[in-house]
Design a protein around this ligand. Sequence first.
Ligand code: AMP
Ligand code: ZN
Length: 476
Amino acid sequence: MLIYNTLTRKKEEFIPIHEGQVSMYVCGPTVYDLFHIGNARSFIMADIIRRYLEFKGFKVKFAMNLTDIDDKIIKKSNQENIEAKAVAEKYISAFLEDSLKLNIKRADLYPKATEHINDIIGLIKDLEEKGYAYNIDGNVFYDVSKFFGYGKLSGKKTDELESGARIEINEEKKNPLDFSLWKKAKIGEPSWESPWGKGRPGWHIECSAMSMKHLGETLDIHAGGSDLIFPHHENEIAQSEAHSGRKFVNYWMHFGFLNIQNEKMSKSLGNFFTARDVLSKFSAETIRLFFAQTHYAGPLNFSEELLTAAGKGQEKIVNLVERVNQLLSSDKAGQSTNSSSQADFNSFRESFVSAMDDDFNTPQATAVIFDFVKEANRIIDENPNLDKAFLEKILEFLSSTAQDVLGILNLNSVGNDNGKSLENDLIELLIRLRSKAKIEKNYKLSDEIRDELKKIGVVLQDQKEKTIYKKVKTDA
Ligand code: AMP
Ligand code: ZN
């Protein structure tokens, strides 16, 4: 399996540190607002990569951090006159809800900055002892000149980086590229005690501290949007490698931007749609198909027309599933073995795998799914008496590829009642709310949802990162 590594600027064979296991860390949202569909592109592509690694049999430990203290959160808390903590809680809850709606699997961990203050302080202390950090009156900075190899991820020399925008302007710093590890508290801001006085952590240090704590000093895969290459990921490398003396990440992966009229979708430009808005018009499966049809690293333009076109494509897959379900439930599907049952779909599976093995080539993989849909429809058209085993193979193929890897099909909502119904939508809504309650450790509510659903004949079964349901007859 090949992965394009931003660090080496080439495709490399993927070899995990521990055989059969993968540690994967993805930079998550700063929780001060609803996330937009551009952020969603990064989250969904990371999810597809994780799902494919699982499809290949790897045991993946997947962490996504939540930045729950930062300037934007403090600004919002002042604007709305509520505590920074309450701002973060509100948008963590919205983030989890919208992620689940987008059919993104739950992470194994969602570490939060404010729950790792001691780890962060410990790491800064170590950097200070090793001579990589300096304290000016309660503000601690990383001394970039001490780290050999600064700029290796972005492939730029320090003078080129200095002229690049997006570095903090601060007169106290020795060098313009130096960055904050610890920020001295300002009046009215949330703060924590530290050896340098009251303050709060900088953004970059939180990811180094939390990723190394939960996944070890060297990670297999670290990913994020390509706006994070510099300075965020460059700084993570400087902090983590200065601390451990080891290579921090083996494979760096970066997602291309979702653009609007060739300009990056972003909060600051105001050219964004929230994921929630887009979900009110298009299904998660359609949104995911729209993203999967472009390679994760390239740019992609957003428009309603393109999403509508993806919706038509998605319908073709659903129509095939409905057709197969109808044949399976009618008496037509026999047990007899005719020539069609000999046909298996190994060649499609192989093409799917070789596309995904080549740096997660999802446009190629979705093309394989559409070729498959065409071929399956052709065989059904030409053979009025297809046997059951053959029809089941069609569903099996779609289930393991389109559903489990790409997340562009949900067999749960197609099969049951001949298509989407309000009832199935409501059950899925309750499952999402229960998942959210569990992540928020509100077990009383999550158990209540499960028990009440059971009483009315809907039995939930928790799998590793998702919950499926079965409708059963009740005595009532
Ligand atoms: P933020 O909340 O701004 O830290 O962003 C969360 C994630 O979304 C990061 O991985 C960003 O790199 C990514 N991201 C932000 N804007 C876009 C965009 N227009 N297209 C793709 N990814 C983005
Ligand atoms: Zn990060």
